[in-house]
Design a binder for this molecule. Structure first.
Ligand SMILES: [Zn+2]
Length: 383
């Protein structure tokens, strides 16, 4: 291990050579190699975290480059996990960097997460955040949480063994569509601020028993940073004795891909939203069926159902009309996970958005949305 490389942090009495050795032994997984994962992983690699994993199924898109700082123009089209790993190995050849080109799901969560001691949540969707939380509670692992939108960022440490989990704060995912970066917009530097906080918390966690009380963990506390007005606020989070996940026995936790929960029929509103599953659709396009992809254009470009039209929810919300080539017998709306398409369907049925030449609700008997979105689609994708 190079002494010079880490000399400036080993100088700190809270770290020292023992702390550096703890960093070398630590295994940290960044879930999502995007706006948060890039800066977090960069600092962790530089600090000498011995095993650093990155899991992300996506490829680098040009619209990522303003905030996903491990990537350059030459990485466009390559898998994020692999491009980030290559950059990190260049930064620090002394550490072991692992790339998992995969989407975290209920199927693989336990086998992937159990290879690590500390998790960094750098995802931008609720399905992943709830899955990470539930799997982490089951495995007893701490999660360094982060989320960003527009000028605001949030960070916390969730660790059911020592404090609250994410579901103690928000027991269930929201039913309504929540915008992600592709829709709401984001300043890259905000991702840097929150990703940096996440790296710092992961380093404190990596110190384990060596961590002095002066290095306080962001546990039981939600830090909210408004980079627009530059204000920091923090909110206490208590462990919920009735938490649906961490109040029970960890071994009895069942991992679920959360969009399934969103579509649960216990929600009376969901009964009014006609939906179709990928199995019901089959892989071939049926004559008379029109697919409308309501994700943003950058998401659409990375892969969509062949023949689908693109009508981003942001434009649909703005009340624009959407021209249809010919009156279809069925219109299937879809998005990434089935949350935005539900919202789009609701807007169309309420008359807040209109398909070409239709009076409000004109096509309502032919509209449905794809439950669980393109994530559930096993057929071919077009680019
Ligand atoms: Zn909990």
């Amino acid at each position: 291990m190079s002494k010079t490389r880490y000399s400036r942090q080993v100088l700190l009495k809270e770290i020292g050579t023992q702390g550096q050795e703890a960093f070398r032994r630590a295994r940290v997984l960044c879930i999502g190699a995007g706006g948060l994962g890039c800066p977090a992983a960069q600092y962790l690699a530089a600090a000498g975290i011995g095993t650093l994993g990155l899991i992300d199924p996506d490829r680098v898109d040009e619209s990522n480059l303003h905030r996903q700082i491990l990537f350059g123009t030459r990485d466009l089209g390559f898998f994020k996990a692999e491009a980030a790993a290559a950059r990190l190995r260049e930064l620090n050849p002394e550490i072991n960097v692992r790339a998992h080109v995969d989407r975290l799901s209920a199927r693989n969560a336990q086998s992937v997460l159990s290879q690590y001691d500390i998790l960094i949540d750098g995802t931008d969707n609720f399905a992943s955040k709830y899955l990470i939380n539930d799997a982490a509670v089951k495995l007893g692992l701490p999660v360094v949480f982060g989320s960003i939108s527009q000028f605001e960022g949030r960070a916390s440490v969730f660790w059911a063994k020592e404090g609250p989990c994410y579901r103690c704060l928000h027991p269930h995912p929201p039913k309504a569509a929540i915008q992600n970066c592709a829709e709401a917009g984001i300043i890259g530097a905000v991702a840097g601020v929150i990703g940096g906080i996440q790296a710092m918390e992961a380093l404190k966690l990596a110190l384990g028993a060596l961590r002095p009380p002066s290095l306080r963990l962001l546990l039981g506390e939600l830090c909210v940073v408004d980079c627009g007005s530059l204000s920091f606020s923090s909110f206490g989070i208590r462990k919920n004795p009735a938490c649906p996940v961490c109040a029970g026995a960890p071994e009895s936790i069942e991992l679920v891909d959360e969009p399934l929960l969103c579509a649960a029929t216990t929600d009376p509103q969901s009964l009014e939203i006609p939906e179709v599953t990928a199995e019901e659709l089959g892989h071939a396009s049926t004559p008379g069926t029109v697919f409308i992809d309501v994700r943003e254009r950058s998401e659409w470009r990375l892969g969509h159902i062949p023949g689908a039209l693109n009508w981003p929810l942001s434009e649909l919300r703005a009340g624009e009309e959407f021209p249809l080539p010919e009156p279809p017998s069925r219109i299937v709306l879809y998005c990434q996970a089935g949350i935005r398409s539900r919202e789009a369907l609701r807007l169309l049925n309420s008359g807040a958005a209109r398909l070409d030449a239709s009076a409000p609700g004109y096509y309502s008997d032919r509209l449905c949305h794809l439950r669980n979105g393109i994530l559930s689609w096993n057929g071919p994708l077009a680019r």
